[in-house]
Ligand binder design. Sequence first.
Ligand SMILES: C[S@@+](CC[C@H](N)C(=O)[O-])C[C@H]1O[C@@H](n2cnc3c(N)ncnc32)[C@H](O)[C@@H]1O
Length: 236
Amino acid sequence: MKERIPESGIIEDQELAEYYNLMAKRYMGIPCQRVLKRVSAKGVEKGRAIDIGTGPGVFPIFISKALPEIRFKGIDLSPVMIELAKRNAIEAGINNRIEFEVGSAYSFPVEDHSLDLVLCINTIHHLNRPVDFLNEAARSLKEEGAFVIVDFHRDASFVFIGIFNLLWKAFFGKHPKARRGFLESVYSSYTIEECRDFLERSRLKRWKLYTRTVEMWIESLKPNHPLSQFKGTLFW
Ligand SMILES: C[S@@+](CC[C@H](N)C(=O)[O-])C[C@H]1O[C@@H](n2cnc3c(N)ncnc32)[C@H](O)[C@@H]1O
């Protein structure tokens, strides 16, 4: 198993951020649909939501358009990304009901137990203190609040990593600065066992952890789900 190689910080390079934005808007339709499906499966249709490490805001904008009664806030450490997200919200015509601001995954700009939904897509691999992030989610969510967290896991099969790396190169990796992006993100991600350990050490409850090819999904179980009596459940 490869040692984790943390990916260098946040995307602040204007040219790279613009390129990421363009590619995300062009190719993230299906991933956005998949996340929306999981959000809908949890019965979340309205209320307050936050997206952590929002980048250009493609995921919360997509979900806000589908579920107009959700009020999203997207936060990211990169001011360049936040400006792009604001621009995308204006283009989508929903800037009156979605907010974007610079903020950290370790300190959400919301009150305790005020959120109905926490979203975090492809960002955990940037975090060196995942337990602190998970505790922030636990602090911010209402008792029955939902969460959907997606990232890569570096113990994925090398066959899947190889296939997805080729797809990345074909669709996203044309810019010289983006070329190694996928592999860097996978090598910076955590293994399933590491993630389970973070979840067990955190204050987050009712979690379900499972894999899909190169992806790792962490989702909330509904409060009345038979498995929600356990702190968390790993589906392998
Ligand atoms: C790979 S991008 C994902 C963007 C978006 N979620 C998506 O899937 O299109 C990861 C984002 O996390 C942000 N980020 C990294 N560390 C962060 C932190 N500690 N707090 C908030 N955002 C962070 C980066 O600036 C970057 O925009």
